[in-house]
Design a protein around this ligand. Structure first.
Ligand code: GDP
Ligand code: IMO
Ligand code: MG
Length: 426
């Protein structure tokens, strides 16, 4: 005790990596609880610029034990590659702990992710094609392989054999793709197993013991609330619970240990992949401006992110479904580029006004934002280190969206590096 959860409050890429790194020094464990290497979290310190996909952003601190929890899906090749990169930079991964119950992304998961997207044609989800959805599908249908299976090569081989009986049929008969042999997969994955075995532990017991001993635990969410498989814009979502509840099921730590839930919101919004995005700037030149000034290109896939104005309806929803105690508002500096700042306060869905996210998919697809316009500040704020140093218009903007969202904005980021941050009332 106490444990804190950090979640993305929009469609991902809100700056979770930066804020996790910023607050990590108060914690001794930083835990990823869902998702896999679909995530791309940027951490910039005076010494390093890192893009992390699987390893928790707390890895930078030698006092922290980074944990990949049971709710994650792990591509072992990617994990080892990331560990090698970090070690190459002089950052030790010795302390890393990986849950034996986390599921493994297999080569056929990646193939099926790509094949499914091709099959969907124009209706594609725009996944990262990292095999995330198919791996979670196998978890739910109880035919997945878990990290603990890597510790017993006989069991691993038997499970691969059982899985291939179905997967090879789907690959060849449904999609006309090449199949796999058991040896082919085992030869590759046994090498990963040899290297990863020392890191695979019972992370649930580890965290229970840490919790009981009074350690501070931080849960680092991946993706964002609107990509959550239950609360997001289904089916244009990822395949896990990115919202705060996922931290409980994805780690085994009791919800009674959670004392703080911090939502990360960008001062505008971006989205990668398909799906509804009411405040997207489609014919509004501000979209390209935000993209260029904010360098809005995906960390994982390099795709150009769709850009739009801050959505107060999404913000309020994120406060509610996550139970946010605080908000960290990032990239406020990027809005210095625009003359007027628009904020969506409600949706008009075919004549009906919504102040909450409509559950009906068609309504969400038809949602037209109702905007309030606020004056911009048109000046560099990247050197501001306290709220009082911000221009009046920027302060008004922060207070406006704080009221709209219904939770206090306790951190404001005005640049990508660690020190470009304003701490308000933490
Ligand atoms: P994450 O997936 O939520 O960790 O976010 P990403 O790392 O994918 O994307 C956020 C991007 O914004 C990264 O390039 C960060 O370095 C950058 N960033 C984070 N906070 C700020 C900020 O306050 N201002 C600016 N200009 N960039 C920021
Ligand atoms: P971080 O943690 C932004 C999106 C994909 C796609 C949908 C499903 O960096 O915020 P998937 O590969 O997960 O099956 O793709 O989810 N997506 C993300 N968008 N940031 C992410 O992670 C994302 N992870 C997945 O673009 O629309
Ligand atoms: Mg990202």
């Amino acid at each position: 005790m106490p444990a804190s959860i950090l979640v993305g409050a929009q469609w991902g890429d809100e700056g979770k990596g930066k804020i996790t790194d910023l607050i990590s020094d108060k914690f001794t464990y930083v835990v990823r609880y869902q998702g896999g290497n679909n995530a791309g979290h940027t951490v910039i310190t005076p010494k390093y610029k890192l893009a992390l996909h699987l390893i928790p952003s707390g890895i930078m601190y030698p006092t922290i034990t980074p944990v990949i929890g049971n709710g994650c899906v792990i591509d072992p090749k990617v994990l080892l590659g990331e560990m090698d990169t970090l070690e190459g930079e002089g950052i030790s991964c010795e302390r890393l702990k990986v849950s034996g119950n986390a599921h493994i992304i297999m080569p056929y998961h990646r193939d099926l992710d790509g094949a499914n997207e091709r099959r969907l044609g124009n209706n594609l989800i725009g996944t990262t094609r990292r095999g995330i959805g198919p791996a979670y599908q196998d978890k739910d249908s109880r035919m997945g392989l878990r990290m603990q299976d890597m510790l017993d090569k006989g069991i691993f081989r038997d499970k691969v054999e059982a899985a291939l009986q179905e997967k090879n049929d789907i690959l060849s008969k449904v999609y006309g793709l090449p199949t796999y042999t058991v040896d082919q997969i085992c030869d590759e994955y046994f090498q990963y197993a040899d290297r990863l075995a020392p890191y695979i532990v019972d992370t649930t017991t580890l965290l229970h013991e840490a919790d009981a001993a009074g350690a501070n635990i931080l849960f680092e969410g991946a993706q964002g609330t609107m990509l959550d498989v239950d609360f997001g814009t289904y089916p244009f979502v990822t395949s896990s619970n990115c919202t705060a509840g996922g931290a409980i099921t994805g780690s085994g730590v009791s919800m009674r240990s959670i004392t703080e839930i911090l939502g990360i919101m960008k001062a505008y919004i971006t989205r990668v992949g398909s799906g509804p995005f009411p405040t997207e700037c489609i014919d509004d030149p501000a979209g390209d401006l935000l993209c260029e000034v904010g360098h809005e290109y995906g960390v994982t896939t390099g795709r150009k992110r769709r850009c739009g104005w801050f959505d107060g309806v999404v913000a309020k929803y994120a406060v509610q479904v996550n139970g946010l105690t605080d908000i960290a508002l990032t990239k406020l500096d990027v809005l210095s580029a625009v003359d007027t700042v628009k904020v969506c306060v409600a949706y008009d869905c075919d004549g009906t006004v919504y102040r909450t996210v409509p559950q009906n998919q068609t309504a969400m697809h038809h949602a037209k934002p109702i905007y309030e316009e606020l004056p911009g500040w048109k000046q560099d704020i990247t050197m501001c280190r306290s709220f009082s140093e911000l221009p009046r218009e920027a302060k008004d903007y922060v207070e406006f969206i704080e009221d709209l969202a219904g939770a206090p904005i306790s951190i404001i980021a005005v640049g990508a590096s660690r020190e470009q941050t304003i701490i308000r009332h933490r």
